[in-house]
Design a protein around this ligand. Structure first.
Ligand SMILES: [Fe+2]
Length: 373
């Protein structure tokens, strides 16, 4: 189990990125405890040194969460937090993520979350990038998830959520609605699986759980991970929210998204929650590339089936071909639907189509009405 008491104090910043809004006091306050400097590139990811994996004490199956067998791509719904990275790995990741270049180029905010860093890993964070693409990490995440997974795409390697606590000096009656709001509101993820890793010291943290909506409408709260620990969640199919944490100066989580490795399995990825907080050109390229690769593999497999039948002097399998074509038609319709015309995407705004239950949609509408009154 990773301990947090060896973490050295974080140096104050020497400079601020120009993209930081001066009136965004909460984020500026957070940055004041972070070292926004140029990271050192001399630490390379080494699984034997930087992983500190212990299997989760429990995984909750979809069945235990009240979902029927046909929901999701795996029978696993969510894991309890488990140790994943060493403290040295977390320190290196923080250095790369809290760098001037990342904050200047890759910072996004939306109606769902105030401060996110997205899409930076391939260009600015080699350690983070290599870690999430390493065979060792993929084997661990796949084992916990109960299905062989790969990162959804480079753009989704190490999405970062950053939050600051409510002002510690406020009395309870003065805590605003904004302060009590969850860090990330109710949503389903765009990708089949996520692995959420804690990058902050949570020794004194109260709260900070992930709340999951069960099939029967009940709520399961999964404890928030400690620094270096992770939670694996089939977030595309389970509505969830990150609850606010008290007693910490910052809460930085790293979310990497995954999809099934096998092209034969369904890919239910949508871009609903990520379109408004992405470089669309990059997102659409990477989405199209891997989806067309899946199609390429499926067509090759179907051609082989067709040719093998012919070699064996069997007749053409009309029904089989029509089934294959219908499936790929749906695959392409879904893909086309997700690639929304650029001029129709509202930057920083996600509508409620990512919510599954009517009750939550109604709650979101009410909140929006209160917000505009
Ligand atoms: Fe999520």
């Amino acid at each position: 189990m990773a301990t947090t008491d060896t973490m050295p104090p974080i140096a104050p910043p020497t400079h601020m990125p120009s993209s930081l809004s001066p009136n965004n006091s909460k984020i500026t306050a957070l940055v004041s405890v972070a070292d926004l400097a140029t990271p050192s590139n001399d630490v390379q990811f080494d699984a034997s040194k930087h992983l500190q994996f212990t299997p989760p004490s429990k995984v909750h199956t979809m069945k235990e969460l009240g979902y029927s067998n046909d929901v999701g791509v795996s029978h696993i719904g969510v894991s309890e937090p488990f140790p994943l990275f060493s403290i040295e790995a977390i320190q290196q990741m923080r250095q790369e993520i809290l760098s001037e270049e990342v904050w200047a180029k890759y910072r996004f905010s939306s109606n769902l979350a105030q401060c996110q860093l997205r899409g930076f890993a391939a260009e600015c964070a080699p350690f983070v990038y290599d870690a999430w693409r390493s065979p060792e990490i993929l084997a661990i995440v796949s084992k916990v998830a109960g299905i062989d997974l790969v990162p959804s795409m480079d753009w989704e390697i190490a999405h970062i959520n950053i939050s600051t606590p409510p002002d510690a000096h406020k009395s309870k009656s003065n805590v605003s609605q904004d302060d009590e709001a969850p860090i990330v509101d109710w949503h389903t993820d765009s990708y089949p699986f996520v692995c959420v890793t804690m990058l902050s010291d949570c020794t004194n943290m109260v709260g900070g759980e992930t709340a999951l909506r069960k099939g029967d409408g009940g709520i399961l709260k999964v404890r928030g991970p400690q620094m270096g620990c992770a939670v694996v969640l089939q977030g595309r199919y389970i509505e969830h929210q990150a609850l606010r944490a008290l007693g910490t100066t910052e809460r930085i989580t790293m979310v990497t998204s995954f999809r099934p490795r096998s092209p034969a399995l369904p890919d239910d990825t949508v871009l609903t929650t990520v379109r408004p907080v992405s470089d669309l050109s990059e997102l659409y390229f990477q989405f199209s590339e891997y989806r067309l690769e899946i199609l390429e593999e499926r067509i090759r497999a179907q051609l082989k089936i067709m040719r093998d039948r012919r070699c064996a002097r069997r007749g053409f399998d009309t029904k089989g071909m029509k089934r294959f074509l219908s499936k790929q038609e749906q695959f392409l319709v879904q893909m086309n639907r997700e690639i929304v015309d650029v001029e129709k995407v509202i930057k920083g705004f996600t509508d409620d189509s990512h919510l599954i239950s009517e009750e939550l949609k109604e709650q979101a509408k009410k909140r929006a009405r209160v917000g505009t009154e």
